[in-house]
Design a protein around this ligand. Structure first.
Ligand SMILES: Nc1ncnc2c1ncn2[C@@H]1O[C@H](COP(=O)(O)OP(=O)(O)OP(=O)(O)O)[C@@H](O)[C@H]1O
Ligand SMILES: [Mg+2]
Length: 248
């Protein structure tokens, strides 16, 4: 099995008449951990929505493993979507369901599995994120960091080819954030064919996990490349971002 590359081709995206991203041309390499960086409101979550096909590009396209989601038949579209796991910015757990049932949701939506098998699958991924003892807790009984880990467990239960994480470390203390980085790295090691895309503005996390970086500003990509190249960049905004300066 080969990992999927993600390619944006002249992608313009937004909401109705409101264009957020304009003419993006970039590749997120197959089987690598890519980090999407950029200021608040620049369109990072909007770009993730485009990758999973939650909304259509205003123009241009997104290719997942060489395929344009919106050129596929409905069955192929669903099949490809099924191979993508998402950790949403807020965890997006359902309050009325226990952790085990929340985590098993992506499986119960797609397959006809027995309750017993669903629970076993949920426990397996909860163990991977260190939450096996909390399977019968409800989301409001957990800390923010635990909810993020539960969100990650839910995103990986289908063993996706593409794992998207929207700010997995935001709101976490530095130690819990570092633990989340380690979890992402271990996921990446465990699933050799997984392409990871992480949205973040956590510099420590960036330095811990990034193998490829895309920086978005003013609707376009102002940087694509390695961490070393980013750290060495003379671009004023990038220098400001990397040094965490308020600027003028
Ligand atoms: N559903 C929506 N309808 C209309 N506009 C939206 C919608 N979602 C986001 N936007 C707008 O699109 C722009 C980009 O938002 P987006 O959520 O992609 O930013 P972001 O980079 O993820 O920000 P943050 O770092 O704060 O999460 C913002 O101006 C926002 O107001
Ligand atoms: Mg966002």
């Amino acid at each position: 099995m080969r990992a999927w590359e993600i390619e944006f081709k002249s992608l313009t995206a937004g909401y109705g008449d409101f264009t957020v991203l304009r003419d993006i041309n970039a590749v997120l390499p197959a089987g690598k951990i890519s980090v999407i960086l950029g200021g608040s409101g620049c369109g990072k979550s909007t770009l993730l929505r485009q990758i999973i096909g939650l909304s259509r590009p205003l123009s241009g396209s997104v290719l997942i493993g060489g395929k344009d989601l919106f050129a596929l038949s409905p069955a192929e579209f669903r099949g490809t979507r099924r191979r993508m796991g998402v950790l949403f910015q807020d965890g997006a757990l359902l309050g009325a369901l226990s952790l085990a049932r929340n985590v098993a949701l992506p499986l119960s939506e797609h397959l006809s599995m027995s309750k017993q098998l669903l629970r076993e699958a949920a426990l397996r991924v909860l163990r991977m994120v260190g939450l096996e003892d909390f399977a019968d807790f409800y989301p409001n009984q957990l800390s923010g960091g635990m909810r993020k880990r539960a969100g990650l467990a839910r995103a990986i239960i289908t063993e996706p080819r593409v794992l998207l994480c929207d700010e997995p470390t935001s709101g976490l203390d530095p130690i819990t954030a570092a633990r989340m980085d380690e979890l992402l790295l271990s996921m990446h090691e465990h699933y050799a064919d997984m392409t990871l895309v992480v949205v973040s503005h956590d510099l420590a996390s960036l330095r811990a996990i990034a193998q490829h970086i895309l920086v978005i500003k003013d609707g376009g990509t102002i940087f694509a490349g390695s961490l070393e190249a980013l750290e060495a960049s003379a671009h004023p905004y990038l220098r400001q971002f990397m040094r965490r300066e308020a600027g003028a």
